[in-house]
Ligand binder design. Sequence first.
Ligand code: MRU
Length: 351
Amino acid sequence: LQIKKRINEVIVSVKAVQWTGSSIQLIDQTKLPLETVYLDITETHALVDAIVRLAVRGAPALGVCGAYGVAMAMLEAEQKGWDVTQQDAAIDSIRDARPTAVNLAWAVDEVRPYVAQGLAKVIEVAAAIEAADIAANLQIAKLGADWILANTPDRPLRVVTHCNTGALAASGRGTALGVIQELADRGKIELVYADETRPLLQGSRLTAWELDQAGINHVIQVDGAAASTILRGMADFAIIGADRIAANGDSANKIGSVSVALACHAAGIPFLVAAPVSTVDLTTATGDEIEIELRDSSEVTQLAGVQTAPTNSKGFNPAFDVTPAKYISAIFTEAQVIEIAKGQTPESELS
Ligand code: MRU
């Protein structure tokens, strides 16, 4: 009961993206866990900046941000006397702020056709996208937890997760972390290994913060420890989120995810992906077609602004990797569990 109450507090108190009626309120995730700072955003350039520097991040949260971003750009256009071309360019800049998470472009494209019907209609459509994400989070958690309990040993489970996939990354409880929270509600979690998730530490800064608030037993491990944890039999399964899932099931997620998948494959334990249907992109045939965001070299050569590498060395900083479907046991969506290991694909199940 206590855990449940705490989880509800997390849902209520951590709202990654909130439409206020005239602005977008974001919790600045770059400041967590040390400071809780909210940003009140009314200008397109500030929203794009927040997306690019990961003040708001996580595929479903980016989608909701993009949807309300269209409304915000319409208000800004009115205030600044922009013409249609300027307003279109502003909406484009939000849509294209980050390339890998398909939810961002998807949500902007969903809302955009309603611009001609006025602000109230656009806000209504954006709110519907947010509500659908909250509902999807709950359903993914339920379906995912059921699948895991049917396919893992009957005892409290040890799980590896990578990046942050909780309330900070979505509209409700989150995706992979929502499944973990559901299992914890059912008394089935012994320990969560949260990969720290270099270079921007979404695991140690954000996932550990959410797990701590929810009262779920966890440790933070460096990314390089994950394969060893898995191969030494210290985990029962791994679960991650996704930024884009191709028609064949190949799944893009935070850099480091594919290493976890390979280790699970070698150890013979389930490697699971949890994501809403809005993250599935049936127009992308395979993972080879997914654009991988390349971020600034300094995120690798510096730590919290302190230079840690020779100044002449350049960092290589792909923000995502693609796990081939053959290493994924199942994908949990709100529509159904897609059993990749049994031959199902997003294309066969969702089209
Ligand atoms: O660069 P980020 O922090 O936006 O990357 C986020 C991830 O990789 C998440 O795992 C993914 O978006 C799923 S969030 C439910």
